[in-house]
Design a protein around this ligand. Sequence first.
Ligand SMILES: Cc1cc2nc3c(=O)[nH]c(=O)nc-3n(C[C@H](O)[C@H](O)[C@H](O)COP(=O)(O)O)c2cc1C
Length: 373
Amino acid sequence: MSEPKLFSPLTLRGLTLRNRAVMSPMCQYLAVEGAAQDWHFAHHARFAAGGLGLAFVEATAVTRLGRITYGCTGIWDDAQIPGFKRIVDTHRAHGAATGIQIGHSGRRGSAARPWDGAKPIAETSGAEAAWQTVGPSALPEREGYPVPRELSVAEIEALIEAFGQAAKRCLAAGFDIVEIHGAHGYLIHSFFSPVSNRRSDAFGGTREKRMRLALLVAETVRAVWPEDKPVFYRASAVDNVEGGLVIEDTVALARALKQRGVDLVDCSSGGMSGPATFSTAKIRPGYQVPYAAAVRAGAELPTMAVGAILEPKQAEAILAEGKADLIALGRQLMAEPHWLYRAALELGLADPHAVLPRQYAFYLERRAAVLEP
Ligand SMILES: Cc1cc2nc3c(=O)[nH]c(=O)nc-3n(C[C@H](O)[C@H](O)[C@H](O)COP(=O)(O)O)c2cc1C
């Protein structure tokens, strides 16, 4: 029997991932002035022992005002590098590659943490006071929400430069992959979507002009990111709102990103006028897989599927059917950090215990031999 595709390596540029299972970026909202804390290390260490091919550090802001909440991680200052390096080193010691997602919150910044309601911070909230958000146009995310300030071209150029500086720091921290956050209603997505971008200059109007920010960020990041290391892009493949982005727009964007040296598109959705799809009641197993398949076929670019991928057989089928090249898991891994060990057993990997760190494998392999019916 051939080995499961989930456990086959994938080479992108000079990086070979040992398997196709990926930990999706997940904000923890516990950073202090953007710096990763002991919790971030403990959180990643849980997954580092899980045998994954690749793990992502959460959405990390390229400027202080580009955070979503006061608890978000940031990479606008060299002082933030060591906290990330510790995480990278842990994954590497266990054989996994590490990526970091860099982004800017745009009009969705200045928000309260999820467990405090995730709504815009009220102006009266003291030390963690509201800040002026920015966007392509002075259009709020929802009625009654704060109105972002329209960015000038000079400010846009400065933000593009901030992405480049952030990528340099990511490199100093040792990351293998940098992922540009172009999803969930945040700055880059808000420029691409006609729902939030009403500009009439070089950054708005036609689809080509709306994708200009994404492409300039990709070029800038690519210019500082080593040739042998991959760059990923997370897209909201569809807006799911009237007049919003449809899959053809994202395929066109993916083609243009590919020309600028982006190696993979990570296909999420939503977030344009309300929460991203993953945190709504609309989710069903594999609900975003068709987007990964469409981008893969339409742009001839590797993709990552994400969203309610819960079962090993489901993940294996996505890969075997050629719908995506990588499988990202968020909440299922949060609940089950050793999901890949279960996958190794359920998919019949020849040596399932090889997925575990030696100090676990040694005992579990012997236990399995004794307990086997
Ligand atoms: C707690 C939490 C934090 C998240 N933070 C991010 C993030 O930083 N960046 C991002 O693109 N998506 C983020 N997401 C979305 C996940 O990366 C993932 O796409 C989504 O949860 C769907 O996958 P799942 O059904 O396996 O959880 C987050 C999701 C959760 C549950």
